[in-house]
Design a protein around this ligand. Structure first.
Ligand code: BG6
Ligand code: MG
Length: 217
């Protein structure tokens, strides 16, 4: 049976995509780049600097590293001003029930996120109480689809990767989970997440009981 659950944060546990969008949009506006919610889809699961590169490519603009770091900092300052106001009402449906059930059943729980702001979000929403281990954007060198974030998570839980289930809403994240040798539950649509072992619209549809019924690969 699976003994560990590793959760992505943005889009799986909390809906922070809207705040990322508002903050990137403000920067785009300043630079005269047209940036839509559809463009924002391309940034899901992608690291901060790689996201900036996507945004700049939309406007066909190039800058040196120091300027790009300044832009990324500006975006992040605005993003942090939004997430500082988050609370438990922004936890996505089904999440608290699933985490509570897993905790009761002694399944180890880890965070596997690309975000450097993960600790602040977990604290503001109160989700921090559920986690046995945290791996976030401050701990990894290689961004998803590299499996580093999930492999480090499994290691922190003291489990072999094959004993872990990954929950992801991004294509790159599903790819990372599979590359790490884990069972991947996609949160979203089959069309967007073809690599996931199974896909659910949200975590209301994925109960703890279902996890225990999963046959290990
Ligand atoms: C991922 C988000 O979880 O974290 C991306 O899906 C985001 O949109 C990335 O760019 C990095 O986040 P942060 O908070 O470190 O800028
Ligand atoms: Mg995500």
């Amino acid at each position: 049976m699976y003994q560990g659950a590793i959760f992505d944060l943005d889009g799986v546990l909390v809906d922070t995509a809207k705040y990322h969008f508002l903050a990137w949009q403000a920067l785009a506006q300043k630079l005269g780049i047209h940036f839509t919610e559809r463009d924002n889809e391309r940034l899901k699961g992608v690291s901060r600097m790689a996201s900036l590169d996507v945004l700049l490519s939309l406007g066909d603009q190039q800058y040196d590293t120091a300027t790009k770091e300044k832009f990324a900092q500006e975006k992040n300052d605005l993003y942090v001003s939004y997430i500082e106001k988050m609370d438990a009402t922004e936890i996505l449906p089904g999440v608290t029930a699933l985490l509570t059930h897993l905790q009761q059943e002694k399944i180890k729980i880890c965070l596997g996120s690309a975000s450097k702001n993960a600790p602040l979000i977990l604290k503001r929403t109160g989700l921090d109480q559920y986690f046995d281990a945290i791996v976030d954007g401050n701990d990894v060198q290689k961004a998803k689809p590299d499996p580093e974030v999930f492999l480090k998570g499994a290691e922190k839980l003291g489990l072999a990767p094959t004993f872990c289930v990954v929950f992801e809403d991004a294509l790159a994240g599903c790819e990372a989970g599979k590359a790490g040798g884990m069972y991947v539950v996609g949160v979203g649509t089959k069309e967007n997440l073809p690599l996931a072992d199974e896909v659910h619209a949200n975590l209301v549809d994925f109960t703890g009981d279902h996890l225990f019924q999963l046959k290990k690969l």
